[in-house]
Ligand binder design. Structure first.
Ligand code: FAD
Length: 559
């Protein structure tokens, strides 16, 4: 059952009105709930699935300036993104960590080596020369192959290296939700906002929220509503009957495929121009695998069942084969796929998918609703700040809020939960935690590295569990560093409700394990059933839902 605290049940009179209801628990909504709660607003966040289960766990997992946006002249976006990249490396050093990228340049390539070099000088300068590291050049095929031997040698003129950051997108969302909760926000997954209730003059006074697992519905009285529904924005506007003159989004599908590291053993991420259509894509070393992505194609169907098709997958491995001919990647190499929808602002109809801007837009309505659409994972914190700023102004103007009672959110310096107390907030300090986990709790190097890398300072809690019950330190998959203690932790501390929450986002065997977690899912479900007191029916339902998710990620095999 829903337990919403300060809200009214459908039939009863209002108990207390919350300042804000946030709809959507992706990175945008989670960032907004955190920012608003830290300022002192009372906040309820509703997410109809798991936190981060929308686009925010289907990204390329990069916190980046967006080098290619320079090509489109989006200087403002690049500047904002590189500045934000720096902030994120400080508030979440292990979640947003520097990664070297290599751009191989071949004879006749456009832009040329020298233009690329100039572009990277601009990129470094927009970061005020404080990028994780300055870019470097490797002139000639020999120099380029020394740093990345998998590259095609024929016509190779050299390569350029620059630095951006890699992240764990689903965990970035989760840590924002956890911090929002710590600041007093009530965040609910598996609760969908299904209706708006308007008072005199049409202003929104409450929302209806339905528990997706039990069907129970509650009414939540509120002063303002923020819609942060990503790819579901237009659908939500329609369902919630919000008068809107135009469709806000152009949604494009982006697919990634995961292949075994030994089939394409890269040292750095490689920035490629697909030989098939000239689009920018990446080959990224990720966990024990290599990821290839992404596609960018217009999408019209339901955002709830987006998946890779055969054409997407072929495009990705064939593009990679153009750069890494020795790999000879084919369909049998694909371990898993993921697909997400970019919530892009609808603009010039003639622009291609890749040319459509990644900027965001905020719409402040007279009826108490604020809508945020577009944007990137990288700039989520700034987007959240901007949205809460305009929302507060609107509530103050309507005399529903006194600005005096609010404090600054301070998100520019406030660490996310896994970095609290990390002094200094650096990757080296995170490595120090790993060393201590080994010394104090006897963890092996792989487990210690994995736990401190994923959980940061919270890894102490996992290490203590393993010390008390050593079987919890056993691996779920012999090839991968995930251990059983993480299942318990996901349920008890990391807000996982379903088997899919655990195996897709908290401990992502769905994406990384060669059998996508099918071999171990029954044992994991049994453990979750014990921890969360599931009925046999609920256990069966969870297994069915997880197997459906695996099947969805393999649907491309049908053509
Ligand atoms: P979402 O994460 O989709 O969240 C919206 C949420 O709203 C969903 O979880 C949904 O369930 C919920 N919801 C909808 N309706 C309701 C309702 N009525 N009630 C309750 N909940 C509701 N950006 C980067 O910075 N770096 C990258 O490397 C990068 N790579 C990308 C690669 C791909 C393939 C794609 C598609 C995008 C990429 N992006 C990247 C962009 C970035 O991922 C998105 O901009 C961002 O994740 C969008 O977050 P969001 O919270 O707005 O949307």
């Amino acid at each position: 059952m829903l337990d919403l605290g300060a809200v009214e049940a459908t039939a009863s009179p209002a108990v207390q009105t919350v300042d804000l209801v946030v709809i959507g628990g992706g990175i945008t909504g989670a960032g907004i709930a955190r920012d608003a709660a830290l300022r002192g607003l009372s906040v309820v966040l509703f997410e109809k699935g798991d936190f981060g289960s929308g686009t925010s766990s289907k990204s390329s997992k990069l916190v980046h300036g967006g080098l290619r946006y320079l090509e489109h002249g989006e200087i403002g976006l690049v500047f904002e993104s590189v500045s934000e990249r720096r902030v994120q490396t400080q508030v979440a050093p292990r979640l947003v960590r520097p990664m070297p990228f290599l751009i191989p340049v071949y004879k006749g390539a456009k832009p040329s080596f020298e233009i690329m070099n100039l572009g990277l000088w601009i990129y470094d300068s927009l970061a005020l020369f404080r990028a994780p590291r300055m870019h470097r050049t490797f002139r000639g095929a020999k120099a380029a192959l020394e740093v990345e031997p998998q590259l095609r040698e024929e016509k190779l003129r050299g390569a350029l290296e620059y630095f951006d950051c890699a992240t764990d997108d689903a965990r970035l969302v989760l840590e924002n939700v956890l911090d929002a909760q710590a600041a007093g926000a009530r965040c609910h997954n598996y609760v969908e906002v299904t209706g708006l209730h308007r008072g005199q003059g049409g202003t929104i006074e409450a929302v209806s929220a339905r528990d997706c697992r039990t069907g129970a519905t509650q009414r939540v009285a509120c002063k303002g509503v923020i819609l942060a529904a990503g790819a579901w924005t237009d659908e939500s506007i329609r369902k919630l009957e919000v008068p809107m003159a135009r469709q806000l989004l152009r949604r494009t599908k982006g697919v990634h495929i995961v292949v075994p590291r030994e089939r394409l053993p890269l040292v750095r991420a490689i920035t490629l121009l697909s030989p098939l259509d000239g689009r920018v894509m990446f080959a990224i070393p990720w966990r024990e695998r290599t990821v290839l992505g992404t596609t960018d194609t217009d999408f019209e169907g339901s955002a709830d069942e987006v998946c890779a098709d055969g054409q997407d997958v072929r495009y990705l491995y064939e593009s990679a084969n153009g750069y890494f001919p020795g790999a000879k990647l084919g369909p049998d190499d694909v371990i898993s796929t993921w697909a997400g929808l970019r919530p892009l602002i609808r603009g010039d109809e003639d622009a291609s998918e890749s040319e459509t801007s990644r900027e965001h837009e905020v719409f402040v309505r007279d009826d108490g609703m604020v809508i945020i659409a577009g944007g990137k994972l990288t700039t989520y914190r700034r987007m959240a700040k901007q949205v809460v700023d305009v929302t507060v102004r609107a509530l103050v103007a309507r005399e529903l809020l006194s600005a005096d009672r609010l404090a600054p959110a301070g998100t520019k310096h406030r660490p996310l939960p896994g970095a609290v107390g990390l002094d200094p907030p650096t990757l080296e300090a995170v490595a120090g935690i790993g060393r201590e986990l080994m010394a104090r709790h006897g963890l092996d190097l792989d487990t210690a590295t994995h736990l401190c890398g994923v959980y940061g300072v919270r890894s102490w809690q996992l290490a203590e569990r393993i010390a008390a019950a050593p079987h919890l330190g056993q691996r779920l998959d012999p090839e991968l560093p995930y251990v059983w203690a993480e299942i318990d932790f996901a349920v008890q501390h990391d807000l996982a409700v379903t088997l899919e929450d655990v195996l897709a986002r908290r401990v992502p065997l769905l994406l990384t394990s060669r059998d996508q977690g099918l071999g171990v899912c029954e044992a994991v479900a049994a453990r979750m059933a014990e921890l969360a007191a599931w009925s046999p029916e609920l256990l069966t339902r969870n297994l069915e839902e997880y197997r459906h998710e695996v099947a969805l990620s393999r649907r491309w095999q049908q053509g």
